[in-house]
Write a new protein. Structure first.
Length: 158
């Protein structure tokens, strides 16, 4: 749906998206859906700015929540391989859009935009760290002779 905050059908769009999140049966599916929705909110905010709309609060709040949800999955032991790269790209785009929008946004919108920009920055750093951990895991073969307790401690220390 091409609706934006303030449009009459926007609550319907959000309702469908919330249903999709609730139907995601695995952590990976939920993280993937959250990443997609974070990307959608980013583009919504860019479109709103291009159209001269300045009521960003709802889209910005949702952007922050979806980004934080997807990024939280990156910090678990074995996130989906593509999630780190996707979130790196999404958070990079978020930073670009939010910085551009914040430069001309009214004072009332600044706190929400600055918060979302910080969430995007932190998400970007966490996505980079997750990609580095994934690369380290690929480059470090599991040691088969260790006992399970040592393997678990080794994984925690990575």
């Amino acid at each position: 749906m091409l609706t934006q905050p303030g449009d009459p059908l926007y609550p319907v769009k959000i309702g469908w998206e919330n249903l999709r999140l609730q139907l995601a049966v695995t952590d990976d599916a939920r993280a993937s859906a959250s990443a997609e929705l974070a990307s959608r909110r980013t583009e919504e905010i860019a479109e709103m700015a291009a159209e001269g709309r300045t009521r960003y609060q709802e889209a910005v709040d949702r952007l922050s929540n979806h980004t934080a949800d997807a990024v939280s999955r990156l910090q678990q032991e074995a996130p989906p391989e593509d999630l780190g790269q996707r979130m790196l790209e999404i958070t990079q785009r978020q930073q670009q859009v939010l910085a551009t929008v914040a430069a001309s946004a009214p004072p009332a919108a600044q706190p929400a935009l600055q918060h979302a920009l910080e969430v995007a920055r932190q998400g970007h750093s966490k996505a980079q760290a997750a990609l580095e951990r994934a690369q380290d895991r690929k480059n470090t073969p599991e040691r088969g002779r260790e006992n399970p307790q040592e393997q678990q401690a080794d994984r925690r220390n990575r």
